[in-house]
Write a protein of this length. Structure first.
Length: 337
């Protein structure tokens, strides 16, 4: 019996030793793999990770580009987030993102911020927008609004004072008007206040604000007394829930945006870090894909395509690494304000 017990004990010890060797080998392999992965990430493995941040207006275009690119390149991780043009430039100039989505051109203080942090960029116009002024479909009296009436409604002195429809147009009823619009970090807010009130950032503050255009859509569509403004794509996607007003008698659509006839037409941009382009081959592949398929992506996102010459200009700017801002006459529409 002792021999049997001895043999069993010996067998058990041998088995435990073998298991220990197996686990040690697996741990060593796993640990080595983890170290290799860490080493790759610290020496360029992040090249398969692309961060896009900024305008909620441009967001649908960049999301469409990321989804289409990932179908062909599933190993590239692309994160696309909104938050507003201002926040997007802040992250971009700090080196925290590779692409900034923007619904307005970069401003001088933002350029300076990028320069101070050693961030060079290529500015690429990607689409045109007919910024839409919308009301609830139950509104049966307002069909057109003028730029002057918009100023009456949105200028700083209107805060707490202009609260009824008939104060904007005496032919409209004496009913409460509830306002919805982008927050102060939004490029749409910057553009609208410059174009309507004559100075960027000048606006009444007593309105429902959000950097998320979908929140504004929900607000206007659920409020019979509402009026709001946001990018054309969000109106197009929600036409059953919203009613767009003509502005100075001109409707927001592709033709009036391309011609510049619509008073609130504007270009949309992406800004690409030249350093990230050099460090991340997948980024250059993605941006090339973005521009090569721009017409389809813009149509999918329900914005207005650039003129062919403007698309070609954007491709050449990327290929030549033309840093700084693009000339306004290459955008395919007159930039007003």
């Amino acid at each position: 019996m002792r021999k049997v017990e001895y043999r069993r004990t010996l067998a058990t010890l041998v088995g435990l030793l073998l298991l220990a060797l197996v686990f040690s080998a697996c741990g060593g392999s796993g640990g080595g793999g983890g170290q290799n992965a860490d080493a790759q990430n610290s020496s360029g493995g992040g090249s398969s990770q692309i961060a896009v941040q900024g305008s909620s207006t441009v967001l649908p275009i960049s999301q469409a580009a990321a989804e289409a690119f990932n179908q062909q390149n599933p190993d590239v991780q692309i994160t696309v987030s909104g938050g507003g043009t201002g926040d997007g430039f802040e992250a971009f100039c700090a080196g925290d993102s590779d692409i900034a989505d923007a619904s307005r051109p970069i401003e001088d203080d933002e350029v300076q911020n990028c320069q101070e942090n050693g961030i060079e960029f290529v500015e690429l116009p990607v689409a045109l927008d007919a910024l839409s002024v919308v009301v609830n479909p139950q509104n049966n009296f307002a069909d057109n609004i003028t730029l002057e009436q918009l100023r009456t409604l949105w200028e700083p002195s209107a805060d707490g004072q202009v609260t009824q429809w008939n104060q904007v147009n005496p032919e409209w009823p004496s009913q409460q008007i509830n306002l919805y619009g982008p927050g102060t970090e939004s490029g749409t807010f910057d553009y609208f206040t410059q174009r309507v009130n004559g100075e960027e950032g000048e606006s009444r503050t007593d309105y429902q604000a959000s950097e998320d255009d979908n929140v504004l859509v929900q607000g206007v569509s659920g409020d019979p007394n509402a009026l709001g403004y946001f990018g054309f794509s969000y109106f197009e996607q929600n036409q059953q829930r919203l009613k767009a007003l003509t502005v100075d008698g001109v409707a927001p659509d592709a033709e009036t945006a391309q011609s510049g006839e619509y008073p609130l037409s504007r270009p949309l941009f992406i800004y690409v870090s030249t350093q990230a382009l050099e460090e991340k081959p997948s980024l250059e592949e993605f941006v090339n894909f973005y521009l090569e398929n721009l017409g389809q992506l813009v149509e999918q996102a329900q914005y207005v395509p650039l003129a062919p010459a403007a698309e070609q200009e954007a491709r050449e700017r990327l290929e030549n690494r033309t840093t700084g801002t693009a000339p306004g006459d290459a955008l395919g529409a007159e930039e007003k304000g």
